[in-house]
Design a protein around this ligand. Structure first.
Ligand SMILES: C[S@@+](CC[C@H](N)C(=O)[O-])C[C@H]1O[C@@H](n2cnc3c(N)ncnc32)[C@H](O)[C@@H]1O
Length: 323
């Protein structure tokens, strides 16, 4: 790393905050398809004229909007991802990243004194709904790439999607495999219910509210999907979860864990190590785990025949079969 890289890294939050605040104020959505003047955007976004002008100048400098004849326009990227009306918008995901600002702010204290646990706002219905919308904007893109890596057990008919969130994976699975019936279990299900209904899959995707660590999960499933859930829990909670999954699967049934997996030293991929710190500050007991740690839990829960697969540079799937 050069000195220049070091400084860019140290100040990276400044550029990030320009984008996240513009999203928070709804600037890209207010610009929409037509060009708008700074003063008109200030009124639309409830901002001061000077504050909005400086924000738009910074956004222009960063290449996030364009200016022509005193009017500000969305770039093609902005129109696709930053205008809340676009079907590919990531405005809820950016809302979540902006929420995490407070977790990062408390990090020094958390490292010195211990983790603060879930903030009370994260337990509200409003937060959980928006969190699910944020996850959906990420997972509906990643789900098809992830499913490309998953081999269903032969003749698979019944799938359990634990901590299924927005329903992105359940829906993608049901759309890809017309014979599958999926049961999604999550502590927050409003968004999943709506997505499943909109996808006209209510006859094949059942959405159930409950705690995956305590709710009876049923039995005889061919496949259990545990996507982005392990990082919410401690090692002991995960061992309990995996034993419960083992009980819910038929003999020869398969578990697929989708996660940010770390190397044995816990250092790479860096994105997973950094995410682990965020989970330390954001959740009560979670963090990222190494492939080897998760395999050891699976083994003691009665699973074997492990397969690790990369989905992106930092996300992977770990498959195992009941012994
Ligand atoms: C990071 S999201 C992942 C959602 C989805 N699997 C995906 O990959 O898009 C984690 C999900 O687990 C759910 N969750 C966390 N702890 C839970 C628990 N103890 N019981 C049920 N759901 C839980 C959350 O509500 C959230 O929807």
């Amino acid at each position: 790393m050069t000195y220049r890289d070091l400084m860019r890294l140290a100040n990276g939050y400044a550029d990030s905050k320009v984008l996240l605040v513009a999203n928070q104020l709804g600037v890209f959505t207010a610009i929409g398809a037509g060009g708008r003047r700074s003063d008109s955007l200030a009124i639309a976004c409830g901002a001061t004229p000077t504050g909005m002008r400086l924000l738009l100048q910074a956004l222009t400098g960063l290449g996030l909007v364009r200016v022509k004849a005193d009017r500000y326009w969305n770039t093609r990227l902005g129109a696709t991802f930053l205008d809340a009306r676009s079907p590919s918008a990531v405005t809820n995901l950016l809302w979540l990243l902006n929420h995490h600002w407070s977790d990062w702010t408390g990090l020094a204290r958390a490292i010195r004194r211990g983790r603060p646990g879930w903030a009370s706002v994260t337990k509200t219905a409003g937060f959980r709904r928006r969190f699910a919308l944020a996850m959906h904007e990420r997972s509906h893109v990643l789900a098809p790439l992830t499913l490309d890596k998953i081999r269903l057990p032969r003749g698979a008919k019944r799938v359990l999607d634990l901590g299924g969130g927005s329903g992105a994976y359940s829906i993608a699975l049901a759309q890809r495999h017309p014979d599958l019936h999926v049961v999604l279990v999550d502590q927050a299900i409003t968004v999943a219910r709506r997505h499943v209904t909109d996808a006209r899959l209510a006859n094949r995707v059942a959405v159930r509210r409950g705690n995956v660590l305590t709710k009876p999960l049923g039995s005889g499933f061919d496949l259990a999907l545990v996507s982005n859930l392990v990082h919410d829990f401690s090692a002991a909670e995960n061992q309990r979860l995996l034993r419960r999954v083992h009980e819910a699967l038929r003999p020869g049934g398969k578990i697929v864990i989708v996660e940010y997996f770390l190397n044995a030293a816990g250092t790479v991929p860096a994105e997973a190590a950094v995410f682990s710190l965020l989970m330390y500050a954001f959740t009560a007991t979670g963090r990222s785990y190494a492939w080897e740690e998760v395999e050891a839990w699976l083994k003691s829960a009665g699973f074997g025949r492990f397969h690790r697969r990369a989905v992106t540079d930092s996300i992977g799937t770990l498959e195992a079969v009941t012994r």
